[in-house]
Design a protein around this ligand. Sequence first.
Ligand SMILES: NC(=O)c1ccc[n+]([C@@H]2O[C@H](COP(=O)([O-])OP(=O)(O)OC[C@H]3O[C@@H](n4cnc5c(N)ncnc54)[C@H](O)[C@@H]3O)[C@@H](O)[C@H]2O)c1
Length: 440
Amino acid sequence: MKISIIGTGYVGLVTGTCLAEVGNDVVCLDLDERKIGMLKQGQIPIYEPGLEDMVQRNQAAGRLRFTTDVAESAAHGVIQFVAVGTPPDEDGSADLQYVVAAARAIGQNMNEYKVIVDKSTVPVGTADRVRAAVQEELQKRGSKLDFSVVSNPEFLKEGAAVEDFMRPDRIVVGTDNAKATDLMRALYAPFQRNHERLIVMDIKSAELTKYAANAMLATRISFMNELANLAEILGADIEHVRHGIGSDPRIGYHFLYPGCGYGGSCFPKDVQALQRTARANGVELQVLKAVEDANDEQKHILLKKITQKFGSDLSGKRIALWGLAFKPNTDDMREAPSRVLIEGLWKMGATVSAYDPAAMEETHRIYGDDPRLKLVDSPAAALADADALAIVTEWKEFRAPDFGVIKSNLKTPVIFDGRNLYEPKMVREQGLEYFPIGRL
Ligand SMILES: NC(=O)c1ccc[n+]([C@@H]2O[C@H](COP(=O)([O-])OP(=O)(O)OC[C@H]3O[C@@H](n4cnc5c(N)ncnc54)[C@H](O)[C@@H]3O)[C@@H](O)[C@H]2O)c1
C-alpha cells in the first residue's frame, strides 16, 4: 500500500519505518530540512533502540523515502497519516495549528481518494476540524474529490517504540466510513497475525481513548508518589506496599513505581489537555487536577531532600546527576524532572555535573554552555568534585554501580535516588547515606 506520513518525529518516523518494514511503500514528510537531510543520509535524529538499522534497511530496499515536498507526499499515499506535534497551547489545551496545517496541505494537493488518519494525540472533535479544513481547500480548488477522516491514536512508548508498533497490544481505529475501515484493516493485518487486535469504534470515542489511557497511567504514578511520601512519614516501605497491591490482578504491577515525577512529551500535556476539553464542556475533572498538582510537586522531591540534608544555601556545592532524559532509552527531555532539579539547584546556588547515556546533546541544546552545568561522558566523571549524587533516570547502567567508587569520589557519601534503584540496606552497609523515595 502507498502510505504518506506527515510529521517525521518520534511517532511519524517509527510509524513510517514499521509500515515500510512489512512491505508498504512509504513517504515520510517533514518541514524540518535538517531532519529530512539527516534521514536521507540514513541517520536518525532521535535515540530509539533498533530504529536506525530498520530505517537504513527499508531505505536501501526503496520502500522508505524522506521528503520536504508537500505535494509529493500528498500525491503519494492513499493513506495519509498526520503525526505532527500537538504541543500545549498557553492555556494547556492542545495546539492544533500543525494538525490543521497538515490537513490543509493535503486538501491543496490531493489528486484522488485519500484516507486521512489522525495519529497525533488530538482532542475530541479534531477529526471534524480536519475534515472541514480539507473540504475548504478542495472547495477553493473547485474539486469534488472524496476523502475520509479516521482517528488512529498511537500508544507506542519511547524507548520501546519499534517493538510496540510491531507487536501492539491493541490498534484503536475510530471511523465512520466502511471503505476507510477496510483500508485500515488491510494496513494493520501484518501486525496482528496471532489474533485480532483492531478495536473499531466511532471517531470521538477513539480520540478520547488516547487521553483516557495516558490520564489513567499518570494517575497511577501520582497516586503512588503521594503514597510513597506518606509511607516515608509513617515509617512504612513503599516497595512492600507496591508488591502488596500489585499482586492483586485487579490492580497489577505496571506503572506503580514511585519516583521524582512523570515527564515526557505526552503525560503532562495530555493530562492538561483533557482537563481543558472537560472544562470547555462545563465539566471539572477533579481527579486529574490532583494528578497534575501532585506531579508538579513531586518533581521537587529530590531538591527538597537535598536541601533537608545540606540546607537551602547550596552555594559552592556541586551535585552529580545520573540521568537527564525523562525516562530510560530515549533522549527526550520534554518536561523531564531533571530540568526542574537542575534549575532548582541553580537557584539555590549549586552547580551540576551530569551524565546521561543518550540525552547529552539534547541537554546541551537546551542549556547551551551554561557554566553551572558540566556535561560529562561517564557516570564516574560526574562524581568528580561533587558533594552528592542524585539519580533522576533509571537507565540500566546505573543499576549496579561500584558503591566503593561512588563513596570515594563524593565529598559527602550521599545518594538521593529519585528512582529507587537500590536496596537501602545494601547501600547503607557500604557506608553511604541513602535517600530513596518512600523507602525505609
Ligand atoms: N512521542 C511519543 O511517545 C508519542 C506517543 C504517542 C502519541 N504521541 C503523539 O504523536 C504526536 C507527535 O508526537 P512526536 O513526539 O512524534 O512529535 P515530534 O515533535 O517528535 O514530531 C513532530 C514532527 O512534525 C513536524 N511537522 C510539524 N508540522 C508539520 C507539517 N505541517 N508538515 C510536516 N511536518 C510537520 C515537525 O517538524 C516534527 O518533526 C503528538 O500529538 C503526540 O502527542 C507521541
